[in-house]
Design a binder for this molecule. Structure first.
Ligand SMILES: C[S@@+](CC[C@H](N)C(=O)[O-])C[C@H]1O[C@@H](n2cnc3c(N)ncnc32)[C@H](O)[C@@H]1O
Length: 276
C-alpha cells in the first residue's frame, strides 16, 4: 500500500475541494512568500521546470511566464485542485502540463533544469525516499528550490489566531513534530539531512520572514483564520455561537497587525536550495 495514501485521500477529500474553492484567497495570502521564493529559485528563461505539489497551479503559471519560451509542468495528487489548475491555465492562455501523481513514486526522467515547490513537499511519509525519487527528475547540473514553513510558534499568522481561540476549542492531540503535514520541515537541520541522504549536494537553507496577508480587514482575517489552518481544524465541530465567540477573540488578537493594506502578521519559512 502507498504510505502516502492518507495524505492523498486528505487532498482529494473535502479539504482539497475547500482549498480549490478558495484558491484566489490563498494566492493573495501567499503573495509575499511567492515573491521571496521566485527571487530565491531564479527560474531562467528557456528552462524546463517542474512544480511539485502545485495545487491550484498559480505557481506553475508564474513559472511558465518566467521561463518562456521554456516549459513548466505541475504535479500534484489532488484531482480537485488540478481541475482548478487546468481552468486557471486555460483562462490565462498558458501552455502548461499538469500531472496527477504522487511525487514520491512517479517515474521521473532527468529532464528538468529546476524542480520547484511552494509548500508542496512536507507531506511524504518517507521523505528521504521521496526526495531520492524527485532527484531523478533533475537533469545533470539542475537545481531544487522550495519553501516550507518554520515552526508553528515562529508563525504568528497562524499561531496568534489559534492561541486566541484555543480556550474555547476541545483539547487538541499533540502533533508528532515530523509527521507529514504543514510543519513537518520546521527543523532546518532535519531538512538538510533528508536532502543529503537523498543524494542532493550544495544544500542551502535560508530563513525567509514575510508578512502573511490574512484579509483586507479584521472581519476577513478572523473568518480566514476559522476557514483554514490550525484554528480551523480545532474549531471544526463547534456550534455557531462558540465559533462567533472565537471570531471575536481572533479579531481582537489580530488587531495589532491591521494595516491600511490588510491584516498581515509575520510568517517565517525556510527557503531551501540544492543541486542534484
Ligand atoms: C499546502 S498545499 C500547496 C499548494 C500550492 N503549491 C500552493 O502553494 O498553493 C500542498 C500541496 O501538496 C500536494 N501534495 C501532497 N502530497 C503530495 C505528493 N505525495 N505528491 C504530489 N503532491 C502532493 C497537495 O495535494 C497540495 O496541493
Amino acid at each position: 500500500m502507498n504510505p502516502n495514501l492518507k495524505q492523498i485521500e486528505h487532498w482529494n477529500g473535502p479539504f482539497g475541494q475547500f482549498w480549490a474553492s478558495r484558491h484566489e484567497i490563498n494566492e493573495f495570502r501567499l503573495a509575499n512568500v511567492h515573491e521571496a521564493l521566485m527571487a530565491f529559485a531564479a527560474p531562467q528563461p528557456g528552462s524546463h521546470v517542474l512544480d511539485i505539489g502545485c495545487g491550484c497551479g498559480w505557481t506553475t503559471l508564474g513559472l511558465a511566464e518566467a521561463v518562456a519560451p521554456g516549459k513548466a509542468v505541475g504535479l500534484d495528487v489532488s484531482a480537485p485542485m488540478l481541475e482548478t489548475a487546468r481552468l486557471n491555465a486555460n483562462a490565462e492562455k498558458l501552455d502548461v502540463d499538469f500531472i496527477e501523481a504522487d511525487a514520491s513514486i512517479y517515474p521521473f526522467t532527468p529532464e528538468f533544469d529546476l524542480v520547484f515547490s511552494r509548500f508542496g513537499v512536507m507531506f511524504f511519509a518517507h521523505p528521504v525516499e521521496a526526495f531520492a525519487n524527485i532527484r531523478r527528475a533533475v537533469r545533470p547540473g539542475g537545481r531544487l528550490a522550495f519553501v516550507c514553513w518554520r515552526a508553528f510558534a515562529e508563525n504568528p499568522w497562524t499561531y496568534v489566531p489559534f492561541e486566541a481561540g484555543r480556550e474555547l476549542c476541545p483539547p487538541q492531540p499533540l502533533q508528532e513534530p515530523h509527521a507529514p503535514g504543514q510543519f513537518a520541515f520546521a527543523d532546518g537541520d532535519r531538512v538538510r539531512d533528508i536532502l543529503a541522504r537523498a543524494g542532493f549536494r550544495n544544500i542551502r537553507i535560508e530563513r525567509g520572514d514575510v508578512p502573511i496577508n490574512l484579509g483586507a480587514d479584521l472581519d476577513e482575517a478572523a473568518a480566514a483564520s476559522l476557514g483554514t489552518g490550525t484554528l480551523s481544524r480545532a474549531a471544526a465541530d463547534l456550534d455557531e455561537a462558540t465559533r462567533q465567540k472565537i471570531r471575536d477573540r481572533v479579531r481582537a488578537a489580530l488587531a495589532p497587525y491591521a494595516t491600511p493594506d490588510g491584516v498581515s502578521p509575520p510568517g517565517s519559512c525556510w527557503l531551501v536550495g540544492a543541486e542534484a
